[in-house]
Each structure stands twice: as C-alpha cells, then as structure tokens.
Write a protein that binds this ligand. Structure first.
Ligand SMILES: Nc1ncnc2c1ncn2[C@@H]1O[C@H](COP(=O)(O)OP(=O)(O)OP(=O)(O)O)[C@@H](O)[C@H]1O
Length: 275
C-alpha cells in the first residue's frame, strides 16, 4: 500500500516543544500485576490530531485512558511514571480526576448517548457542573461545532438514541464539547460507523483541532494518514516468560511515519506486512 504525498501542508509538521499539552515520562501500566504497557516517553503537541496505531493488544487504548485517568475506573489497573498535563502531574494524588475529565473529554468506540432527549444529552453535564451561562445557547453552539445542528435542530426533544449511528457519534462529540474541554480523546470513534459517517467525523476532527488537541486510536491507516498531524506506532513484544506487553515504537509526523518510517516494525505494519 502506498500513501500519497498530497498533504503537503503537513510535510512541515514538526513538534513544537514549547507547546506540548502532555509530557509522558516513563508511564507503565499494569493490569492485576501484569505489565501491559512498557515505559512510554511521549510529548503531545497542542491543537494537533495525534493518531495511535498498531496491532491489537499493543496498549493504544490503555495509554489513551491514562490521559484522563480513566484507568482508575478499571479494578486492578495501576499506572506508574509521570504524566504531565500542562506542567502538572495528573497522577499526583491531589488531582481531582472528575475535574480532570471535564478538561480532557472522551469519545468512545460505540456511540453512547444518554437515554434522554438530544437537548438533555448536551445540557446534562454542564447543568450538573453548575453552568451559569445560557444553556440554550450552549446546546446550539455545541451541536453546531459538532456539525450536527442542522440535522437535529427541529427535534431537540427527541431521544438521542433514535438518531443514526453517525449522528449519535457526533452528538457524543457535541456532548464532550459542551463541557468546554481542552483535549478530546477518541477511542476508535469511527469503527462502528459507515464510510460516509466516518468521513463526517473525520471532517469534524479537522475543524475541531483549531480549538482542541485530539488524540485518536484508530485501526484505519487511511484515516490516520488523512487526518493526523502526528502518528504514534505501538507494537507488542514478548518477555522472557512469554508474556506479551505493549510498547511505543515510533512517534513522528504522519507524513514522515507513513513515507519514511524509522523502524522496520513500523515499516512492516504500515505496508501491511503484519497486524
Ligand atoms: N480491563 C483490562 N483488564 C485486564 N487486561 C486488560 C484490560 N484492558 C486491556 N488489557 C490488556 O492490556 C493489553 C493492551 O490492551 P489495549 O486494549 O490497550 O490494546 P489496544 O492496542 O488498544 O488493542 P485493540 O486495538 O485490540 O483495541 C492487552 O493485553 C489487553 O488484554
């Protein structure tokens, strides 16, 4: 498979080290004592789309969940190392993980609207957090930013779950945006969507990156190539006891990664020789 160089604007994508949202310093993750992800060192630049790619079980979702401490909710999961979000270690015991998740929102693989109206799907979180502004305006603004306003503006009282899968996913993105986050984490957000809905979500991500940093796990290499400014490639290795664990192999601008991978592992994966 070849990846065309049509994205010339991204050829110059370089990491601006003064403008990192996250600095991951030696993060390891265990599940019930088993090491699932080896020490990761990674800097995530602001207002860019970063794709996490790699074969199944290499720790992409595990690392994604570290960025807003979602692994805290998994019994037996343990995170070691330092993960700085704008110069503060989010694994400091003093950090309020609920507040953190307001700043670092998450969109899941399967659209998961609340079983409530479209309006309430957006208004619920901000209201629960004591939002003092005009809630109607917030609902409209969030739905507009998620490029779904025109499709739902005449049925805001209808159930969010009655929308199509692609619309539900954009509703969930609108719900995340309504919390005024800084970062959006997306775990395979298009895997349950048809190609047209996937492209709509991709277009939306390209719009949203003007305001937000987006980190996205994807199995779709073309999708990573189309929209990501930077790509992190993960793989698995086997320890001396035969246990598999994930590791970050390479992080680079997407154009570099897809056209001039620095490692044989990344080259083999990208060219479809494994995974
Ligand atoms: N909740 C959990 N409990 C125990 N082990 C887990 C849990 N979640 C993930 N793991 C293990 O951690 C490793 C990494 O899993 P993870 O889901 O992060 O990989 P991934 O690269 O996102 O995979 P995929 O592409 O298949 O979604 C795997 O060996 C997996 O079995």
């Amino acid at each position: 498979m070849t990846y065309s160089n049509s994205r010339s604007k991204l050829d110059s994508a370089t990491i601006d080290h003064d403008n990192n949202v996250f600095n991951v310093e030696g993060v390891k993750v265990y599940y019930g004592g088993l090491l699932a992800l080896l020490d990761v060192y990674l800097k995530i630049p602001a207002k860019q789309i970063i794709a996490f790619i790699g074969p199944s079980g290499c720790g992409k979702s595990t690392l994604l969940r570290c960025f807003n401490r979602m692994n805290d909710l998994i019994p037996g999961a343990k995170v070691e190392g330092r993960l700085n979000y704008r110069d503060h270690n989010i694994y400091d015991p003093k950090v309020n993980s609920v507040k953190l998740r307001r700043q670092i929102g998450m969109v899941f693989q399967r659209p998961n609207p609340f079983p409530k109206s479209i309006y309430e799907n957006i208004s619920f979180g901000p209201r629960a957090n004591g939002y003092k502004g005009n809630i109607d305006e917030l609902v409209e603004d969030s739905l507009r930013r998620a490029a779904i306003w025109d499709e739902v503006k005449d049925k805001l009282k209808e159930k969010g779950t009655a929308l199509s899968g692609g619309q539900q996913q954009r509703l969930c993105i609108a719900r995340a945006i309504a919390m005024k986050p800084d970062v959006l984490l997306m775990d395979e957000p298009c895997s349950a969507l048809d190609p047209i809905s996937s492209r709509q979500v991709e277009e939306l991500c390209l719009e949203l990156k003007q305001q937000y940093t987006i980190i996205m796990v994807t199995h779709n290499m073309q999708q990573a190539f189309r929209i990501a400014d930077f790509t992190a490639f993960f793989n698995t290795e086997t320890d001396e006891h035969g246990k598999r664990r994930g590791k970050l192999v390479e992080f680079n601008s997407t154009v570099q990664m897809f056209n001039f991978p620095q490692t044989k592992e990344a080259e083999d994966y990208i060219s479809g020789r494994f995974g």
